[in-house]
Design a protein around this ligand. Structure first.
Ligand code: NI
Length: 169
């Protein structure tokens, strides 16, 4: 396994809509393993393939990464079938958006369809924090970052700060 480099904002690669995974092979399995290791090491609760430079509809997440009983979830070609309610995701962050957190409104409850890493179909409901994490990661697969959900004023302030930092490096 290997740690992967994480693509960060304002890299425009993160705006790509990802392609469906058509064939789950050894390369896919290796990617899942490397992404998982990268996520746990970061540490983060979710990582989409686009964040490591792979333009495919694939993500990993684990809402309890510190637990002894941590349980990796792998979603390939996931879609949100239905959603309901609202929840304030407080201080949401992203491994691709360094040094920034913001509150984001998300759906409280979602119904998700995907396939797992073995190609088996999945259909499940998620509510609360897991639902927030899945929505955040599926956004990545559509080229959307959490800062696309905040006010343009807040977003501009962050963009100015990060560009200034990059210039001073
Ligand atoms: Ni993210």
């Amino acid at each position: 396994m290997a740690l992967l480099d994480i693509v960060t904002f304002p890299d425009s690669f993160l705006k790509n809509k990802t392609d469906q995974v058509t064939n789950i092979d050894a390369t896919t399995q290796a990617l899942v393993d490397d992404m998982s290791e990268t996520m746990y090491q970061a540490p983060g609760v979710g990582l989409a393939a686009i964040q490591v430079g792979i333009n495919q509809s694939l993500l990993v997440f684990d809402v309890a990464p510190q637990d002894e009983n941590r349980q990796l979830q792998v979603l390939i070609n996931p879609t949100i079938v239905t959603q309901e309610g609202e929840i304030l995701s407080e201080g949401e962050g992203c491994l691709s958006v360094p040094e920034y957190r913001a509150d984001v409104m998300r759906a409280r409850r979602i119904l998700v369809e995907a396939v797992d890493r073995d190609g088996n179909p999945l259909r499940f409901e998620a509510e609360g924090f897991p639902a927030v994490v899945i929505q955040h990661e599926i956004d990545h697969l559509n080229g959307t970052l959490f800062i696309d959900h905040i006010s343009s004023l807040k977003r501009q302030m962050y963009v100015r700060r990060i560009k200034k930092r990059l210039k001073n490096q």
